[in-house]
Design a binder for this molecule. Structure first.
Ligand code: BV8
Ligand code: ZN
Length: 244
């Protein structure tokens, strides 16, 4: 399954950059976006994860995010999340870039996490920009408001919105400076996140894809490990010695 080359590389001290997508949280019970029970199935992305969808129908957008928050409140990290947290403890240069907004990497113990698309458990005021912990679900106004009177929205990055500048710059720098780039559980369709594995391989990194299916990235990767991240990542970890 894991090539000798990758095993050898991970026996030495090396700089590792990881990009995760919804697939790493699937085994925790968080629906992915494009899977058979995908979040987009029940709803259309253009109806929900965009600023004008929120302007047009804030109640519907809040209904979707409350639905997702309910799911995320009931789930826990899985062995894939824990393996990445352990990898960070074993190697001195590990950068974890995630597209996920579920907070499961931090709950699993990862500390150096670049959350490209924000965090679903936080609210942000449209008017004054104040960021707060998710408005209590019992505060069940259809569209919660800030003390300043502005509308609250989930503190996530919607389609058509720019990613946080610093996070973007840090992610790009890590992708271009790593020896191994792991693309885990992502359909590699959403930009600019999907560009990071390509940046890495162009800068000379060894690109490994961990996914249950083929993606547009599979043809670019040096190694494709097909299977569940909850099975494969602990195996990858088992092959590494104590590097620190
Ligand atoms: C922006 C937060 C510009 C909200 C999300 C080219 C260049 C730049 C931009 C674009 C471009 N082309 C198009 C764009 C616009 C757009 C885009 O990329 N559109 C796509 C659809 C083509 N990008 C944007 O709008 C971005 N912003 O570019 O701004 C700008 C600059 C300046 C000023 C103004 C504007 C913003 C994109 C962020 C959108 N927000 N999430 C929320 O979550 O509610 S995106 C959301 O969808 C996720 O965060 C994630 O990024 C994406 C879903 O992708 P995945 O995570 O990969 O999940 P998916 O379900 O697709 O796949 C799961 C995978 O896991 C599958 O492959 C499956 O096989 C696998 N899997 C399943 N189970 C397992 C598994 N693998 C392993 N183990 C398992 N057990
Ligand atoms: Zn406010």
């Amino acid at each position: 399954m894991v090539s000798r080359k990758l095993t050898e590389m991970m026996r030495e001290e090396c700089r590792i950059c990881i990009l995760t997508g919804a697939g790493i949280s699937a085994e925790s019970g968080v629906p992915t976006f494009r899977g058979e029970d995908g979040l987009w199935k029940r709803y259309r992305p253009e109806e929900l994860a965009t600023p004008d969808a929120f302007a047009r129908n804030p109640e519907l957008v809040w209904e979707w995010y409350r639905y997702r928050r309910g799911i995320i409140r009931g789930v826990a990290p899985n062995p894939g999340h824990y393996a990445l947290a352990e990898l960070e403890r074993r190697f001195s240069a590990v950068t974890l870039i995630t597209q996920n907004v579920d907070g499961l990497h931090r709950r699993a113990g990862s500390r150096h996490v670049l959350e490209l698309h924000g965090n679903i458990m936080q609210d942000r005021c449209q008017r004054c920009g104040a960021v707060s912990a998710a408005a209590d679900a019992r505060n069940a106004e259809p569209v919660p408001r800030c003390r300043c009177g502005g509308l609250l929205r989930p503190h996530v990055v919607w389609f058509g919105e720019p990613l946080p500048q610093q996070v973007l710059a840090d992610a790009q720098a890590a992708a271009e400076a790593c020896d191994i780039f792991l693309a885990v559980g992502t359909s590699a369709r959403v930009y600019p996140a999907a560009a990071f594995p390509l940046l890495a391989i162009r800068a000379g990194a060894y690109l490994v894809e961990v996914n249950t299916e083929e993606t547009p990235l599979s043809g670019e990767a040096n190694e494709v490990l097909t299977g569940k991240s909850g099975d494969i990542l602990p195996m990858l970890l088992a092959g590494t010695g104590e590097q620190r």
